[in-house]
Design a protein around this ligand. Structure first.
Ligand SMILES: Cc1cc2nc3c(=O)[nH]c(=O)nc-3n(C[C@H](O)[C@H](O)[C@H](O)COP(=O)(O)OP(=O)(O)OC[C@H]3O[C@@H](n4cnc5c(N)ncnc54)[C@H](O)[C@@H]3O)c2cc1C
Length: 485
């Protein structure tokens, strides 16, 4: 088949969350865009990620779901397929976007080679955007037949849940699916090498979620390794720090232990590290006019993060004269378990490296103690905020509870805009709402700070401005002109 060359303003490789944002955005500015997709439009989020998982979480909570798990899984696929077809139709009909089915790779001279059913084509463009996403990291479990090893790519194709589902990996996907499948009546064992679930969240969130998971009937095996599987007895052998156990009747194992970036075909042209294609805060790669976005980069692996970086890339390409914002946007994280866990800002470990421990104040309000928590019978959940002493600038926040992710925008705004809790304290919340707990946290800060304002000011100067070092204090007796939070 002869190789044909075709020139565009931009070639976007991958039609998932990141690629669609850039392709649709650039087409909106009148650019001629080639969008190359090797599989289904919508990528992981629509087809094997956010959409089917959130639909499953929703439907598994409906009355009667337990009696018809096969029906629930079929309904999940129906919703997913309808959205996927709709997105495909919209993109195919979109003026300014040529949807090209095939697998692309990038040459060091920035030409893009697409291999598809119609053979091989070479495309060129002023800008190339790599948005090829990621795939599940897998695990070799000795003795486990391949059809019993599930990932997010096969999980939603199951006709009915197994009687006992073992989930390896207690990250976002693992905990979300544990909650959904236990509601569908499956026995669920959640296994992780780490000592807590959601190791990327604040430890208090993990503790609360663990208690809730156990309440719901999920068996936890933390600090645990999978040794192998016996297909005859359907036994999964696992090992903890000082014990061994065979989990009986395990029909399938869902492996959710992380993601591998899809960088194959790009390593000759671009700088690629273990976590993906290296980019700056504007999606720029090591090669001029080649950009990367989404899960293929080391930046937060969530749809809204891909969307946010995609918009920045569109801005750089279509509106290069617009001034660059100094800071990348603040990206919140949300896990749709029961209860939901949502957080924004630096994690506990990152805070330790950035701040003197005495420069910060930790505040927490348990939802069970709020009026809305009482009316709704909330047992597990809290709003926790870490703020700078004296100024009250919100550094980070974690919310655990029903619809926790919906409470995050105000806190994300506060972290991104360096807002003080004293300012949030003046906000009036409707009564009774879970958001009222954010007001209660702000009240708590005011109660602790205002009566001791002089002591708090001294602590702020010492531990935040002078970072707690007396010598630095002597070298900088006058604090004017310093920027501190
Ligand atoms: C089970 C699960 C649940 C999730 N839930 C959430 C959630 O609730 N909220 C959230 O924000 N995030 C969630 N995520 C994460 C989210 O799905 C990803 O962060 C997001 O899809 C990344 O978008 P992307 O564009 O980088 O990659 P993708 O969406 O994976 O798209 C990449 C596309 O590129 C194509 N492609 C790959 N290589 C090539 C090639 N060489 N040539 C042509 N095409 C290629 C692929 O076929 C794919 O369509 C979830 C993920 C999973 C797995």
């Amino acid at each position: 088949v002869p190789t044909t060359e075709r020139t565009y303003d931009a070639i976007v490789i991958g039609a998932g969350s990141g690629g669609l944002t850039v392709a649709i955005g650039l087409a909106g500015f009148g650019r001629r865009v080639a969008l190359v997709e090797a599989s289904r439009v919508g990528g992981d989020c629509t087809n094997v990620g956010c959409v089917p998982s959130k639909r499953l979480i929703h439907l598994s909570g409906e009355p009667g779901a337990r009696n018809d798990p096969a029906g629930v899984l079929a309904a999940v696929r129906a919703t997913r397929n309808a959205l996927s077809d709709e997105e495909d139709g919209k993109v195919s009909a979109s003026e300014g976007i040529d949807l090209i089915r095939g697998r692309a790779s990038l040459l060091p001279d920035r030409r893009v080679v697409v291999t598809g059913e119609q053979g091989e084509r070479t495309l060129t463009a002023r800008d190339v955007i790599v948005a090829t996403g990621s795939r599940p990291r897998t695990l070799n479990i000795a003795g486990l037949p391949p059809e019993r090893l599930l990932t997010n790519e096969t999980l939603f194709e199951m006709e009915r849940p197994p009687a006992h589902l073992a989930i390896v990996g207690a990250g976002p996907i693992g905990v979300e699916m544990a909650c959904a499948f236990v509601r569908l009546g499956a026995r669920v064992t959640l296994i992780d090498l780490a000592p807590r679930v959601l190791p990327m969240a604040d430890p208090a969130a993990s503790t609360t979620l663990e208690a809730a998971l156990v309440d719901q009937g999920v068996s936890l095996r933390l600090e645990t390794t999978v040794l192998g599987y016996d297909p005859t007895g359907e036994g999964l052998d696992v090992e903890g720090p000082d014990w061994r156990e065979t989990l009986p009747g395990v029909g399938a194992v869902l492996v959710a232990i992380g993601r591998v970036p899809n960088t194959q075909g790009f390593g000759d042209a671009l700088e690629v590290g273990p976590h993906g294609i290296a980019v700056n805060g504007w999606g720029r790669t090591s090669l001029r006019r080649v950009w990367a976005v989404g899960d293929v980069t080391p930046i937060a692996h969530q749809t809204h993060a891909a969307n946010a970086l995609g918009r920045r890339i569109v801005q750089r390409i279509a509106l290069p004269w617009l001034p660059l914002g100094r800071k990348p946007p603040t990206i919140p994280s949300a896990v749709f378990s029961d209860p939901e866990v949502a957080w924004v800002g630096p994690t506990a470990g990152e805070r330790r490296s950035r701040y003197h421990p005495r420069a910060l104040v930790d505040l927490r309000v348990d939802l069970a103690g709020t009026d809305r928590g009482l009316t709704d019978g909330v047992r597990h959940g809290f709003v926790a905020v870490t703020a700078v002493r004296f100024t009250g600038r919100v550094v980070s926040a974690t919310v655990v509870g029903p619809h926790a992710a919906e409470l995050l925008p105000l806190l994300t705004f506060a972290v991104g805009r360096r807002t003080s809790l004293l300012r949030l304290q003046r906000l009036v919340h409707a009564y009774p709402t879970m958001a009222g707990a954010i007001g209660a946290v702000a009240d708590e800060f005011a109660r602790r700070t205002l009566p001791a304002i002089r002591a708090e000011l001294v602590a702020y100067l010492r531990y935040r401005v002078l970072k707690g070092h007396p010598l630095r204090g002597r070298r900088h007796p006058f604090l004017g002109g310093r920027s501190a939070g």
